[in-house]
Design a binder for this molecule. Structure first.
Ligand SMILES: NC(=O)c1ccc[n+]([C@@H]2O[C@H](COP(=O)([O-])OP(=O)(O)OC[C@H]3O[C@@H](n4cnc5c(N)ncnc54)[C@H](O)[C@@H]3O)[C@@H](O)[C@H]2O)c1
Length: 197
């Protein structure tokens, strides 16, 4: 296991799933972890797991759709750890309906707000914070949907038009690719890497 003692990280979407798993791995590597999520109970549980295993974690309630929350999340991590060496932006959702014609405008907007605007806001505030202490690495968790399309193939159906495609989800993955490329270039610092995975 690599050693990240003295380094600090923000993980969004860390109340469950992939985000929690990443936070726990960072803790195992002795990093300090800001465990961010809009689910405060889940974030607190992840932070407790980390702290019980000897890591230095704090739970932060942050909704990535909300610029004030994202700024406060980064400010708090910086205030506590005095540096930001990395971030894993994992917070994400899919739409409730896969069928384009049944997708409500509210669901579409929410998917774009969490998955795309959320990623943008995190990068917007994390990069300047990282540059203050010499740079770092950012991962934006995406999906193979970006390259393969996100679809549920109905049994015995191989006709493209008959597939249900989570269009908002697929688009966010494609836009993630562009977003991370632009931010990586604009960070203009060889010490800051930004990747979509
Ligand atoms: N699980 C998979 O197989 C898979 C495959 C490809 C991509 N992904 C992507 O990986 C990411 C995480 O997936 P997961 O399976 O761990 O999902 P999950 O639902 O377990 O975790 C997502 C987390 O994001 C948080 N979240 C949602 N909206 C938020 C918001 N507005 N602000 C802050 N936090 C918010 C949720 O509370 C949750 O803790 C998602 O972006 C998902 O699209 C997952």
């Amino acid at each position: 296991m690599f050693n990240l003692k003295g380094k600090s990280f923000i993980v969004t979407g860390a109340a469950s799933g992939i985000g929690r798993a990443i936070a726990l791995v960072l803790g195992e590597a002795q990093a300090s972890v800001a465990v961010a999520d809009y689910d405060p109970g889940g974030a607190a549980d992840t932070a407790t797991m980390l702290n019980k295993s000897g890591a230095n974690a704090q739970a932060i309630k942050a909704d990535v759709r909300d610029e004030k929350d994202v700024k406060a999340m980064v400010d708090r991590a910086m205030a506590t750890y005095e540096r930001l060496d990395g971030a894993a932006n994992v917070a994400g959702i899919s739409t409730r309906s896969l069928k384009l014609c049944e997708l409500s405008l509210a669901d579409w907007r929410n998917c774009i707000a969490v998955n795309l605007t959320g990623a943008f806001l995190c990068l917007k505030y994390q990069i300047p914070a990282m540059l203050k202490t010499g740079g770092g690495s950012i991962v934006v968790v995406s999906s193979t949907a970006a390259t393969q399309g996100g679809c549920v193939r109905k049994r015995n159906t191989h006709v493209v038009l008959a597939m249900d495609i989570d269009l908002a989800y697929v688009l966010r993955e494609i836009w993630h690719a562009s977003l991370t490329k632009v931010f990586a270039k604009q960070a203009c610092c060889p010490a800051t890497a930004c990747r979509q995975i």
